[in-house]
Design a protein around this ligand. Structure first.
Ligand code: ADP
Ligand code: MG
Length: 749
């Protein structure tokens, strides 16, 4: 963050038709004083703007967009997506109305065209071929249903750029007014044929394309609606000793909530009494129910299965896990993948170029054949075939579907950038404790030392545990929790330390019972000048079994060794295997000693040469950067709480969610299920999404690149060009929605 204040705001922008509009809105937003960054997403109809509130107001931003002729507004608070959906529904209704009007009026013109082509001139055909009747049919199509193209083209041209509407308006107007001139003064002008059906059918087809596109777009953004549907409506809380049902918005933090079997848990909290199992699959993608006992955390939107329990609400309203997830997905769907910049840049130059080609087409045909009509029709075909709408939809629709599929599988992706970066990962660095292992270590061995030799006396061992636990009570390290709970289990009274100091990556030190106590690794002993050699032999033996050994010194003399074992998660080996099968190198990073680390690595399926051991916490980010400097694209997976700097240093930082302590903000990707299977799944999903984007861009480009010369050579009728154009937008959007069926967890469950 710079020194100047920065704020980020999302605007709803409506009325954009293609990639050229996107570039225009972005440019005009960036021109506002104080705006640092502006990114517009066409499919989501949103603009994300980073600005300095001291220099610009939201109103300035809205005005900048409105001046271009688009509708702009702040999303309604909370109901952000509802408002978006409402707008999409309105667009669908509007296009359906326009389509019906133009289809009904164009149909007789189509009949007349068929009659003309087949040489049938009698009866109804004769009537429909009457120029005045054709004028009567084509005019409402041109100026009522087609009004949107004129309006949009006008706004565009006024602000000095051109988009697909300009092309459509130019193309259809050329056909319409040429026919009108022919009808009024045909013989005088030497015009023989009328082409009202060309303009009318073109408009009908293009509106059909827009309608289908609006329908398909609605389908790409179902993920948010699904997530919002997970929210419970009411909660049963205990007030004044009575159970009452209240709307979920009225639950306050600290209140006691009762949940019965089969009910949805309304907000986040901690279980007070009762036991049950909870289905958390809707948030984590993990299908097995999770057992809940007093002290465990429960998450709003998950479903209680068996027992009745009470819990204390901790996070409500905007703070719940579900609300955070929805915000992340919303932002991600509105964000941009770097690959799209290419498409945007191309589109900005596209329309002016096409108008140039169309002019050349007209001039060349007219000069070569002297046939004004033919030259005009070929020009119209060029104008219509060249619309870059499919290009503008190729990336954002795929990003929307991809991030939605992720959310449904417990893979929360922050934005298009992370999604794109994940498909290029060469190396994934995994933190050991809590990431590969369960992070719930347990004390397995306690060895006491007297006069430099191990003593098996239980009395001495109890002292070792007591001194260690006294200090570890103050530490939050997973190792500390293990020591404290072992002491509790042993029933030894644990004294309060008189002083305490945590030494990250080394251990802890402090005064207990008037003695100077030191607990930690060899480095800590060395630094304190303790002659720990007798302890080291014992430690080595324990480490060879994959345990973490902590050395204890009391008043500068070696006093004991405590060994702790942390087990590898059942899911880790399969996930690591999947990663390697995908060609991704897997590295383990830990502050633990090399011997323990290598034993754990072997159990998890990581090669010893890929183990980075004895890495100090503050060095972790540096190690990640070192890998990146070698030209590798690096992913870092950790718990997101104490690994935040390393996650930030990586190309893609992935945090494992654990219960409600999800550090969603800390990472590019959050894996809600809290295990490593999400890592290969996220990479697969990213690869699948990028594959879709490439397909889409390829087809959109190819279509324009091939279509323009074919039309310029006069081999494409304007009506066919219109149909092809509508088809290309629809096929791009449909291709993206196909991604919905992609299962990133396949084979990993
Ligand atoms: P990891 O990378 O596995 O999370 P850390 O960097 O947190 O490990 O810690 C590295 C080593 O420092 C531990 O293996 C342990 O030997 C020692 N250590 C750190 N904190 C403590 C503590 N609270 N009590 C005892 N030992 C500790
Ligand atoms: Mg750690």
């Amino acid at each position: 963050m710079g020194s100047a204040a920065e704020e980020k705001v999302m605007l709803n922008v409506r009325g954009m038709t293609c990639a050229a509009c996107v570039a225009r809105v972005e440019k005009s937003l960036r021109r506002v004083e104080g705006v640092k960054e502006a990114a517009v997403n066409l499919a989501a109809e949103r603009a994300a703007v980073v600005y300095d509130p001291a220099q610009a107001t939201v109103e300035d931003l809205l005005q900048a967009v409105r001046r271009l002729g688009y509708e702009a507004e702040l999303p309604a608070p909370e109901a952000g997506e509802d408002a978006g959906r409402e707008a999409r529904q309105r667009e669908i209704r509007r296009q359906r109305r326009n389509f019906l009007l133009s289809a009904v009026l164009s149909f007789p013109l189509l009949v007349a065209m068929v009659g003309h082509a087949t040489g049938m001139h009698g009866g109804i055909f004769g009537l429909l071929m009457n120029g005045w009747i054709q004028l009567l049919l084509a005019t409402p199509v041109q100026f009522l249903a087609g009004a949107q193209f004129y309006r949009d083209a006008y706004h565009n041209l006024r602000s000095g750029s051109a988009n697909m509407s300009v092309l459509v308006a130019m193309g259809t107007s050329a056909a319409y007014f040429y026919s009108l001139a022919g009808l009024l003064a045909g013989p005088a002008l030497g015009i023989t044929g009328l082409y009202f059906e060309v303009s009318a059918i073109l408009i009908t087809l293009i509106i059909l394309g827009k309608l289908l596109e609006a329908l398909a777009r609605g389908r790409t953004s179902e993920a948010i609606a699904k997530l919002m549907g997970l929210q419970a409506r009411t909660a049963r809380v205990i007030r004044d000793g009575r159970e009452i049902d209240v709307p979920v918005e009225e639950v306050r933090p600290g209140e006691v909530v009762v949940v019965r079997p089969g009910e949805r848990i309304p907000v986040d909290g901690v279980v007070l009494e009762g036991d049950s199992a909870v289905d958390e699959s809707m948030l984590t993608g993990e299908s097995l129910p999770v057992e809940k006992h007093p002290g465990d955390q429960v998450v709003g939107a998950t479903v209680n299965q068996l027992g009745t329990f009470k819990f204390r609400a901790t996070r409500v309203g905007r703070d719940t896990t579900l609300a955070q997830i929805i915000r992340v997905v919303e932002e991600a769907q509105g964000s941009k993948a770097p690959i799209q910049r290419l498409a945007d840049r191309v589109s900005a130059y596209f329309v002016p170029t096409v108008v140039g080609i169309a002019a050349v087409t007209f001039a060349a045909w007219f000069l070569a054949t002297g046939d004004f009509t033919r030259a005009l029709l070929h020009m119209v075909a060029v104008l219509v075939i060249a619309c870059p709408c499919a290009l503008g939809l190729a990336t954002p629709t795929a990003i929307m579907v991809g991030t939605g599929v992720g959310a449904e599988n417990g893979i929360l992706i922050k934005g298009g950038e992370s999604l794109e970066a994940a498909h290029r990962l060469d190396v994934v660095v995994l933190d050991k404790t809590g990431t590969i292992t369960k992070g719930k270590p347990e004390v397995t061995d306690v060895v006491a030392f007297a006069d430099g030799a191990p003593v098996r006396s239980p009395f001495w061992c109890a002292d070792v545990l007591r001194w260690a636990a006294a200090l570890e009570k103050r530490s939050e390290h997973p190792l500390a929790l293990a020591v404290v709970s072992a002491a509790e289990k042993a029933g030894a009274p644990v004294p309060e330390p008189e002083s305490f100091e945590a030494l990250p990556g080394r251990g802890v030190r402090g005064r207990v019972d008037g003695r100077e106590v030191l607990l930690g690794n060899r480095r800590l002993m060395e630094e304190a000048g303790v002659a720990a050699a007798p302890l080291a032999a014992e430690a080595e033996r324990l480490e060879a079994e994959g345990k973490t050994a902590m050395l204890l010194a009391v008043d500068g003399a070696p006093a004991g060794v405590i060994a702790v074992a942390d087990t590898v998660k059942e899911t880790s080996p399969a996930a690591i295997r999947a990663l390697r099968a995908m060609g991704v190198r897997v590295v383990m990073m830990t502050g633990d000693n090399r011997r323990t680390a290598e034993v754990i690595a072997r159990q998890a399926g990581i090669a010893p040469e890929d183990v980075l051991a004895e890495v100090m916490p503050e060095e972790k980010a540096g190690r990640v950067q070192e890998l990146r400097r070698r030209g590798l694209v690096v992913g870092m997976v950790g718990d997101g709480i104490n690994d935040a700097p390393a996650l930030a240093a990586a190309d893609v930082g992935m945090a494992l969610g654990t219960g409600t302590d999800v550090a969603i903000e800390a990472a590019d990707i959050t894996l809600m299920a809290g295990d490593l299977r999400g890592v290969p799944a996220a990479i697969r999903l990213s690869r699948a999404t990028m594959g879709k984007i490439r397909q889409n861009l390829f087809w959109a480009f190819i279509y324009n690149v091939l279509g323009i010369p074919v039309a310029a050579l006069g081999l494409l009728s304007p009506v066919l060009a219109g149909a092809a154009m509508a088809l290309s937008s629809v096929s791009v959007v449909t291709n993206s929605t196909l991604l919905k069926r992609y299962d990133p967890m396949r084979g990993l469950r």
